[in-house]
Write a protein that binds this ligand. Structure first.
Ligand SMILES: [Zn+2]
Length: 255
């Protein structure tokens, strides 16, 4: 039985869609599903909201979804499109008067300290700054009333964290999944997974590679995410198998 809800806050690749400097057809722009903020996901549990990644549009995404608190955060990796909204977490720190727990790999904790040094150490008088409590991501995290299973996939030359909650899994930014992790991804109701573009990419599964993984894992339903502007919701879904759809910003999935 579902115990919560996953909301796809953003379904776009690192450039976002529409991408700066590119002209699009009026038909493409008229479909709101073709407007993609940077990829992230919110897990709404029985006792709180768990944020996965914090891209540059995080504030806009949470305002759009009427989310008024974030309990804890998981950073899958520290590419700019997944961390550059973290400064805006300062508002939750201020309103709730507490540090935010940020779960990620040790190597990414170093990056976060380098990018946001002012989120650690003493707080300047009269200034509002984010306060981060960096923690190693455990294999199973009990948070927000959810059991969040966390695993590593490969994203080009760096690791990226994925999650499974009940029969829902979310894997952004992936180019290789080990057999051990594939074993943990059996019997899924819903898999949300990277399919960045049509042509092969050194750091991401492209469309054909993602479809092959979906055929292997056999989730009841799969949503493609981290999408470039090559995917047009007006036309592309007609070519997909019935159990595969394009994710879109605001997509809600029971978990
Ligand atoms: Zn990345």
């Amino acid at each position: 039985m579902a115990s919560g809800e996953a909301i796809i806050l953003g379904s776009g690749t690192s450039n976002g869609v529409p991408m700066l400097g590119v002209h699009y057809s009026p038909e493409f722009l008229a479909n709101p599903k073709n407007c993609r903020m940077r990829s992230s996901c919110l897990l709404k549990g029985p006792t709180g909201n768990f944020l996965i990644d914090c891209g540059p549009e995080m504030r806009l995404q949470l305002v759009r979804e009427s989310i008024f608190s974030v309990h804890e955060v998981l950073i899958t990796h520290t590419h700019a499109d997944h961390v550059m909204g973290m400064d805006d977490l300062r508002s939750f720190c201020m309103v709730e008067g507490r540090e935010l727990s940020i779960y990620t790999l040790p190597r990414y904790q170093q990056d976060i300290r380098r990018i946001f040094p002012y989120a650690f150490g003493s707080v300047p008088e009269g200034v509002i700054v984010p306060r981060f409590d960096l923690r190693d991501a455990p294999e199973v995290l009990e948070s927000c009333g959810l059991s969040i299973h966390i695993f590593e996939v490969q994203h080009g030359s760096v690791p990226c964290l994925g999650v499974r909650v009940n029969d829902f899994a979310y894997i952004t930014d992936v180019s290789f999944i080990s057999e051990n992790v594939k074993f943990q991804l059996q019997n899924l109701d819903v898999l949300v997974i990277d399919a960045v573009r049509h042509e092969p990419h050194p750091n991401h599964f492209h469309f054909d590679a993602t479809l092959a993984v979906i055929a292997e894992l056999k989730p009841k339903m799969a949503y493609l995410t981290h999408l470039s502007h090559e995917y047009d919701h007006n036309t592309f879904e007609d070519s997909l198998p019935p159990n595969v759809r394009l994710a879109f910003d605001g997509l809600s999935i029971p978990i």
